[in-house]
Design a protein around this ligand. Structure first.
Ligand code: CP3
Length: 342
């Protein structure tokens, strides 16, 4: 049996204390991250410099006894590797060249060429597998096709993903061709991460909740299932975590139809409902409100313990319901870990 608690939970084991990691655990709330990022020059330079990307991946593990590391990269590297122009504007977020027509789609490069851009990411994975402690598994990841498409269509983050939903209604053929291209690229990218040493894969569908109920199966479930099936064909035992954020009741259907071993729960999911409806067949991960790591105090301790208790009767990975924010206090992470491990 493996001593990697995260893998045991994903295999369905109910553990006395859940393994713990945090979304965005390598990030701006840590002064050492800000220093390495400054040294790299920009966020994208940091992602594409394997030694520095490995360094920021390891930083949170030196401070905290987390049970997993997550590769430092970004979901928008895949569109960039397909030929989209990508920049991160300080304080504003990503900007990309847009894809809204057949002509735009034709300008994207072939999936076979994406490693020309993405090979440094695989090198980061190889470095991490050498340097991580033996009991800490490495999580690789990619964005889900719908979420990645929302950025490619709008050219930026949007509050309601309206540009992507409008393309879905106005030109379904182009919309679906774009999703297919992203899905193919994502399969290739994730297989390369696993070949380089990633032990778990997480698929981030951060905007799954913006899909109308009737489209959720087509554009959240079906692409995720295609990715899961393709990874399993080469790596039958690979654990995969899905994160259809804000999917509500669709979480249950997502789990059954994609066959993921793990479901990352967003902050809105009631743990009692998830324990009854999701945990009997799938390991759940989550779902503390990240704001509590800004707030701290007794509320942080109480809510952390409440989350652990709610999921104590089945396989559970303790995490936040979304990424830790730059204004969170590093000391509060210690407080959270003490509350989880009691
Ligand atoms: O530690 C980790 O979790 C691993 C690294 C990671 C990053 N982004 C680093 C990052 C992961 C897994 C992601 C995923 C990601 N990226 C998602 C899905 C998860 C989610 O949060 O919903 C999305 C939607 C993105 C796209 C993205 N990247 C945006 C919209 C932004 C700008 C907003 C922001 O938070 O600054 C980023 C930048 C980004 N990605 C940062 C980090 C640490 C901050 C960049 C900086 O240092 O300035």
């Amino acid at each position: 049996m493996t001593d990697k608690l995260l893998l045991r939970a994903l295999a369905g084991e109910t553990l006395p204390t859940p393994p713990v990691w945090m979304m965005r655990q390598a990030g701006r709330y840590l002064p050492e991250y800000r220093a390495t990022r400054a040294k790299a020059g920009s966020f994208l330079d940091l992602c594409y410099t394997p030694e520095l990307a490995a360094e920021v991946t390891l930083q949170p593990l030196r401070r905290y006894a987390f049970d997993a590391a997550i590769l430092f990269a970004d979901i928008l590297l895949v569109p960039q590797a397909l030929g989209a122009d990508l920049t991160f504007v300080q304080g504003e977020g990503p900007r990309l060249s847009t894809v809204t027509s057949v002509a735009d789609l034709a300008r994207l490069g072939p999936v076979d060429d994406i490693d020309e851009t993405l090979s440094p990411i695989y090198e980061t994975v190889r470095i991490l597998r050498r340097e991580l402690p033996a009991d800490v598994p490495l999580i690789g990841f990619a964005g889900a096709p719908w979420t990645v498409a929302t950025y490619m269509i709008a050219g930026r983050g949007t509050p309601d993903q309206a540009p992507a939903r409008r393309l879905m209604y106005s030109d379904r053929a182009t919309f679906e061709a774009l999703l297919d291209r992203i899905t193919d690229a994502t399969i290739h990218y994730l297989l390369q991460q696993v070949r380089a040493g990633a032990e778990v894969i997480k698929i981030f569908d951060s905007w799954a909740g913006a899909l109308p109920g009737t489209e959720f199966a087509k554009y959240a479930i079906a692409p995720a299932k295609r990715i899961v099936d393709a990874l399993r064909a080469e790596h039958p035992d690979l654990p995969i975590i899905g994160f259809p954020r804000m999917a509500g009741g669709n979480y249950a259907r997502f789990a059954v139809e994609t066959g993921v071993q793990g479901l990352a729960l967003d902050t809105s999911v009631d743990p009692a409902w998830a324990a009854d409806h999701l945990q009997p067949r799938t390991c759940v991960q989550g779902n503390l409100d990240p704001l509590l790591l800004v707030q701290g105090g007794q509320a942080l301790t109480d809510k952390t313990k409440e989350t652990v208790r709610a999921f104590a009767n089945g396989p559970h990975i303790f995490n936040l319901g979304h990424g830790i924010t730059p204004d969170a206090s590093p000391d509060n992470v210690h407080r959270m870990l003490e509350a989880v491990r009691g």
